[in-house]
Ligand binder design. Sequence first.
Ligand code: HEM
Length: 375
Amino acid sequence: MTIDIPFADAFQIDPSPMWARLREEQPIARVRTLAGAEVWLVARYADVRFVLADPRFSRAAVVKDGAPRVALAKPLPSSLTTTDPPEHTRLRRLVSPVFAHRRIEQTRPWIRKLAEELAEDVARAGDGADLRELFALPLPIQVICELLGVPYEDRDRFREWTELGYSMSPGDRERVDTAMTDMQAYMAGLNTTGLLGELAAELSHDELVAFGVNLLVAGHETSANQIASCVATLLRFDLWEGLTDFELAVEELLRYNRFSEVGQLRVAIEDVEVAGQLVREGEGVMAALNAANRDPRAFEDPDELDLGRQSNQHLSFGAGPHFCLGAQLARIELQESLRALRTRFPHLKLAKPAEELEWRRVLVSGLAELPVVLG
Ligand code: HEM
């Protein structure tokens, strides 16, 4: 039986029971994506890692004609996310120094200050303030603009492009295509400073544009969603006031929260056996990070949120060659967001029950709103 993905009960605070059912009863299953493609979905931790790390599962093949698609937008070729080694290795080697742990740590004081300033905007808005709009979204957008050397004044434009780029609403189809073309034209026309300026000498023009689009899209919506989800989860379980170890808490929240309502897509470039099933060359496989992060074979009491959890090898940033380039930056954004908000609003509360919060129907899922009472 083919199951439609996103599942019918997706886009709400608790994971669809389907994730656990598949992981326990059907570790490799046939699913149909919104774009109408039939692909495999693997749900166990070991299988997810295997698919993400094995070179027989390709990202470059995802942009070939006739390849299975997950969402409406067509992925850009020649980008980090749509190349395989050795081309991917070359691109990744060029950009990695900029995202190296030590270099990215230098941005922490600036991100801390930004988080403190945005917390003041929330304070000015008073009770009922929407933390997504006033904090979770502007923080990563400002960070990525600064890092890339993209003007912050243009944020409304690329916020709209990104939302369309991740859209899972079939009615958006035409607007998605226009948004992707506009975004590439914008990047191509930019007089780049910052990181893109540094990379201009190393990358071809097309690669530079693809990289800029990649980072702008990958670097803000994901972090914005996670900032909002982390706050909502902590408030929901009354863990806000007792929060002290931000680094440990962020890792567990990343494991516990969902990143997406689908899996990460790869295409087999030869026949490969996965979870006892022969996957044929040309077939798509989605690696379900969500389901893997709650796999009892990898985590003790996986459905428990344990802020003190040690050796937490969650897969929220992926695994293998495409492991999230911005992982350390995202960690800093999350840690500093929680620190600033917890310090400024020690008695923060949700303004409505977590179960009633609106979710956005997009590829990288997250809250559409986060109204809070400042306390
Ligand atoms: C909490 C926030 C974030 C989460 C949960 C996240 C998650 C992920 C995941 C799961 C992947 C792997 C996708 C795959 O293998 O198919 C990925 C890749 C990537 N991420 Fe992130 N990400 C976050 C923030 C960021 C930020 C802030 C940036 C940039 C500044 C970024 C840039 C990238 C890039 C460029 C890739 C592609 C890497 C490659 O293909 O080699 N991400 N991210």
